[in-house]
Structures are given as structure tokens and as C-alpha cells.
Write a protein that binds this ligand. Structure first.
Ligand SMILES: Cc1ncc(COP(=O)(O)O)c(C=O)c1O
Length: 402
């Protein structure tokens, strides 16, 4: 994505509606750090306190989680391990909770990078869970996890973990408490680790749909009634809610001391730099500023989502209902798959992607995100208004040409 679109300096550049970055808040975070001044000292350039994050950073994150995720029992700084991004944590989780070729249950659709995060270096097997039209946020979902589990085990793949992304990427929806509990019970029964990625937890915004489910964290109720605490692991990072993807800051919370020790050992290869830790701690410690930052972020996401929905409505493009979280939504471009473009709809979807790129607009398509049906895309709407309008204008032009 070298030639980025800019209305004045690069109007012919690529409009990126694909990467899940919160552009609406990037300047706010930069202004905050600039206004605070970092005042780095010599000791900030030594090796630091070890491959789990400084006490200061872990205390800052524990305080943040306790304030914003409403945990049933307070999170302790000692239960957190920091790595350079959630991505690194996923990779290390594979190396600690599973053997190569063990299976990981992943919802369809799902976050594009989960399969590679767990399988590229670490060789865990993604086992995709289709829902066949059932609502994957409802209790019905559990039957489908059961089915995928059974089939995998019968074919010789041992399932070791279930990845729960809440709020969900790419659907932008939250799981109700009863489904979280049912999935915990499923994991408990099968001795499967539940990995709860809540990286979009603070990016829940107001929508006109009263049926949208509010966010509730796995930590916010007495989960130990449903799942052994050694089997629940919570992952959170600063890439999304804090608009700090480039800071590479991810935290693992687990009560499983053996697992935490194992991750910290491998983390020698992946721990964040000290200066980055200082920046992250600075952000986490200013509660008053953070409260207003998060409020502003939710307001801007709501406004941008509203505009994106209006643009879709105007163009007659359908989208999944009930989305109220994350930086994206799930749209249905299947009516625009062109019969002449390939032997099946997956090929036609690929062709549509190419046409979009020719028109200099980038969106992630459903195939890479394990969509069950072809023709679905995930536009990111956390963009400045002119960029959003330009991106959708190019998208609509592409569809009209098709
Ligand atoms: C659900 C989810 N988890 C994790 C990540 C990546 O986190 P990090 O940048 O901390 O590696 C993303 C990025 O898009 C994501 O969507």
C-alpha cells in the first residue's frame, strides 16, 4: 500500500478501506504524546525489566481493564504478559497450548489473520466452523462448534482451542452473555482452551438498531462456574481501541501460571521495546484523558458508520444487521458477481477484487476471511469523511462497470 490516497497530494493513490486502523483517532493519540513529552532517560534504553512488560506498563493495563471491562474479580498486573502485538501472542499461544497439527476452532467468517497467526510458523491446523445460515451469536452456534469438533476429532485432528473474537471481526457484532457461557461450557466439557480476543472492546458505538447486542467481557462474570480458570485466556491490545497499531502492544491475561511462564520464555523473541512501553504506559495512566479519548472515538465511529450505511443504502448495497462494534461492517456484493468473470462465484469474487484494485480502492474480500458464501466484503469505515466518500465512490463505480 505504498501509494496512499490523499485528497491534495495524491488524489490518484489507493484508497485503503481494507486495513483495520482507526484513522479517526490517529492525530489525537499523536497530539497527546506530543503534548506530554516523553522525557526519555538513559535507563529507557537498557533491556528493561524482562520479556513480560515493565511493572509500570502492566499496572497501567490492569487498571485500565479493571475500569473498563468490569471484571468479576480484579485483574492483577502480575497476571499480564506483554508482547509486541496480539499477533505475537497468538503465535506463542499455539506453541504453548498445542502441538503442531492440533486443531483450532475458528468461526466462519473470521479475522483474516487468525489462520496464519496460528499456523504459518507454528503449524496449528485451522478448523473452520460453518453455521449454515444459523446465527453464530446465538445459542444455536454451539451445535455447530460441536459438529466441527466431532468431525475434526473423527478425522484425527485433536482440537486444543477455540478462538472467540468478541466483538467479532469481521461481523462487528458482540456476543450475548448466554452464548459466552455456552461456549465456556463446551470448552470445559471438551478440555479445549478458550482464547478470548477482545481487542475491539472499547470500539462499541451507538447505532439506530435497538437489537444490537452490547459488549460484555468474558471477565465480567464468574466464568469459573463454567470453565476451569486454567482454560480461559484473554487477549487485549492497543492496536484498535487506542489507534496504536504501530506501537505493537498486546497483553495476555491468564490465571494459568504454567502457560504464562511458557509464554514469557518464548517472549524473549517478541517482547516490546522499552521506549514503546513508556509511550504505552503514558497513554494508559492518564485516565481522564483516556475517558474523553474513548468517548470521542465512539462518537466518531458512530458518525462514520452512519455515513457508511447511508452510502451503502444509497447504492442499494445490503449489509449485515446488528453491527455496533469494531471499525468495519460486512457487506453483500454477491448481486454484482458477474457470470462472465469465472467458472464459479469464488472466482468471480476474486475478479471483483481485481476490478476494485484497478479502480484504486482496496477492501478485504470474504474468501480470505473464511466467508461461507462468496460475494461478501469488509469495508473499514474508520476513515476521515473525504476518504470514506472517495472509497465508496470508487467501489460503486466498480460495481456499475461490472
Ligand atoms: C481480532 C483481531 N485481533 C488481533 C489483531 C492484531 O492485533 P495486533 O496489531 O496487536 O497484533 C487484529 C488486527 O486487525 C484483529 O482484528
Amino acid at each position: 500500500m505504498a501509494s496512499k490516497w490523499h485528497p491534495d497530494t495524491n488524489p490518484d493513490g489507493m484508497v485503503n478501506l481494507g486495513t483495520a486502523e482507526n484513522h479517526l483517532m490517529l492525530n489525537d493519540i499523536a497530539d497527546f504524546i506530543n503534548s506530554k513529552g516523553l522525557h526519555l532517560e538513559g535507563k529507557d534504553f537498557d533491556y528493561g525489566e524482562g520479556p513480560w512488560g515493565s511493572v509500570r506498563l502492566r499496572k497501567g493495563m490492569a487498571k485500565f481493564i479493571n475500569r473498563h471491562f468490569h471484571p468479576f474479580s480484579p485483574v492483577d498486573a502480575d497476571e499480564l504478559t506483554f508482547a509486541n502485538g496480539c499477533t505475537s501472542l497468538f503465535n506463542m499461544l499455539r506453541m504453548t497450548i498445542a502441538d503442531p497439527e492440533d486443531g483450532l476452532l475458528l468461526s466462519m467468517p473470521g479475522y483474516i489473520a487468525f489462520p496464519t497467526d496460528f499456523s504459518l510458523l507454528a503449524k496449528m491446523k485451522p478448523v473452520f466452523v460453518p453455521f449454515h445460515g444459523a446465527d453464530q451469536f446465538s445459542l444455536d452456534a454451539v451445535t455447530h462448534y460441536e459438529e466441527a469438533y466431532r468431525k475434526a476429532e473423527e478425522s484425527g485432528t485433536r482440537i486444543r482451542a477455540l478462538m472467540l473474537c468478541n466483538p467479532h471481526n469481521p461481523l462487528g457484532k458482540c456476543y450475548p452473555k448466554e452464548t459466552l457461557i455456552a461456549l465456556m461450557k463446551f470448552c470445559q466439557q471438551r478440555k479445549v482452551h478458550l482464547l478470548a480476543d477482545e481487542v475491539y472492546a472499547m470500539s462499541v458505538y451507538e447505532v439506530p438498531e435497538p437489537s444490537a447486542t452490547p459488549f460484555i467481557s468474558v471477565l465480567s462474570f464468574d466464568y469459573s462456574r463454567y470453565i476451569n480458570r486454567d482454560y480461559l485466556h484473554f487477549i487485549y491490545g492497543m492496536a484498535k481501541d487506542f489507534a496504536c497499531g504501530g506501537l505493537r502492544m498486546g497483553a495476555l491475561w491468564t490465571k494459568n501460571k504454567e502457560l504464562a511462564r511458557a509464554v514469557a520464555t518464548i517472549n524473549q523473541f517478541r517482547w516490546p521495546g522499552q521506549v514503546d512501553e513508556r509511550v504505552a504506559a503514558k497513554i494508559l495512566e492518564d485516565e481522564e484523558w483516556l475517558d474523553s479519548f474513548l468517548t470521542k472515538s465512539r462518537e466518531r465511529l458512530a458518525a462514520s458508520n452512519k455515513l457508511a450505511r447511508q452510502l451503502m443504502d444509497y447504492a442499494g448495497i445490503g449489509y449485515a444487521s446488528g453491527a455496533n462494534a469494531g471499525l468495519f461492517f460486512w457487506i453483500d456484493l454477491s448481486p454484482w458477481l458477474n457470470e462472465d468473470d469465472g467458472k464459479d462465484d469464488w472466482e468471480r469474487e476474486e475478479r471483483l477484487v481485481k476490478r476494485m484494485l484497478e479502480n484504486k480502492v482496496f477492501l478485504t474480500n470474504g474468501k480470505g476471511q473464511a466467508s461461507e458464501r462468496p460475494g461478501f466484503f469488509r469495508p473499514v469505515f474508520s476513515r476521515e469523511e473525504r476518504m470514506l466518500r472517495e472509497g465508496f465512490r470508487r467501489l460503486v463505480n466498480t460495481l456499475e462497470e461490472n
